[in-house]
Design a binder for this molecule. Structure first.
Ligand code: PMP
Length: 346
């Protein structure tokens, strides 16, 4: 049985969070003498003298409508990286608890575990990058707090099997973090639609990929209101800056622009998927459900350097276990991809 209170670090369960007057004041106009801001204005040419909404209600209301969830099921962080770290801090007792990852996968899970002095256990994907739930569940003990499932998976690009993910969720009493950073590029159904069925799931999504707003640093977590309540207790008071909130509102009004960009990027990905295997230096292009391709090449270090010399920067992951000899290549614009292909042809 999943019991959130038993999973939390004991002091977090009892924590009384920082509160500001803005948390309580719901009116429109007011004379704000509560937060030691500068009442005169800003030194910059635009005005930024007031602290932003600590709970980002407007942004969350728009996200809630778009995703079909309640505002109480949403948490926003300074990128999803920030939310990953926060999950460690609320759940994992340093030097006691552990988490499970399935490499090759997104590197931040391991880094966040290291930063928080938490053991990470590994249950590698198969050589075809498939998830094996049984192998993951074998690693679980009474101190396992989280399992990180990344789908579509970075850096391999493929969706992991829904059946295997469900098996993990249904047979684990800790939190399953389903990282859907690349959700917009796949046809796989989001776990956001199953939060009621699966109270132990935290879904991560981000504005950094499909929305094209990596510079803003805005990540989303979707989970039961109990889990979101705990994250809200621990977050920094004004964790999402006001400029980010305003631009996010603007983007959310233009969701169809995001959809158009996603369609165009998938088209370009398909074009690269067709052309890359015809090049001499390319040995294999792995199937992708994301906005990047994992490509096995003849001599990854050499090709990486030659691309770099022509100012085409890709990710050399040839040393990552499971990705030997591979480069990870983000889908660029048609012009950028043409340069990439030219250099590889040479
Ligand atoms: N999850 C995955 C799988 C990613 O690939 C990335 C970015 N590379 C992130 C999370 C982090 O995204 P954000 O920019 O929201 O911190």
């Amino acid at each position: 049985m999943f019991e959130l209170n038993k999973l939390l670090r004991p002091h977090i369960a009892d924590l009384k969070p920082y509160s500001s007057a803005k948390d309580e004041y719901t009116g429109g106009y007011g004379i704000f003498l509560d937060a030691n801001e500068n009442a005169l204005g800003s030194a910059s040419s635009t005005t930024h003298n007031r602290y932003p909404d600590p709970y980002q209600k407007e942004v969350k209301t728009k996200i809630a409508a778009l995703k079909g969830v309640d505002v109480s099921n949403i948490f926003l962080g300074n990128g999803s990286d920030d939310i990953i770290d926060l999950l460690f801090r609320v759940l994992c007792r340093p030097e006691k608890d552990n988490i499970i990852i399935m490499p090759p996968t997104f590197g931040m899970y391991q880094v966040a575990a290291d930063v928080n002095t938490i053991e990470y256990r590994v249950a590698p994907l198969t050589d075809k990058f498939e998830l094996q739930a049984d192998k993951v569940l074998e690693q679980v003990d009474e101190n396992t707090k989280m399992i990180f499932v990344c789908t579509p998976n970075n850096p391999t690009g493929n969706d992991l099997s829904t059946q295997e993910i469900n098996k993990i969720i249904e047979n684990f009493e800790g939190i399953v973090v389903v990282d859907e950073a690349y959700a917009d590029f796949t046809t796989q159904e989001s776990y956001i639609n199953h939060l009621e069925q699966y109270p132990n799931v935290v879904v991560l999504q981000t504005f950094s990929k499909a929305w094209g707003m990596a510079e803003l640093r805005l990540g989303m977590a979707f989970a039961s209101s109990d889990i979101i309540h705990v994250l809200n207790k621990v977050k920094m008071p004004y964790n999402i800056n006001g400029i980010t909130q305003k631009i996010a509102l603007d983007a959310l009004e233009n969701a169809n622009k995001k959809e158009d960009m996603v369609a165009a990027l998938i088209e370009e990905r398909k074009r690269l998927e067709a052309i890359l295997p015809t090049l001499d230096v390319v040995q294999h292009v792995y199937p992708s459900d994301a906005n990047f391709l994992l490509v096995k090449v003849e001599d990854a270090n050499d090709i990486y350097q030659k691309l770099m010399d022509k100012k085409v920067i890709v990710r050399n992951i040839s040393k990552a276990p499971g990705c030997e000899g591979c480069l990870r290549i983000s889908v660029g614009t048609a012009e950028e991809n043409a340069v990439l292909l030219d250099v590889l042809r040479d």
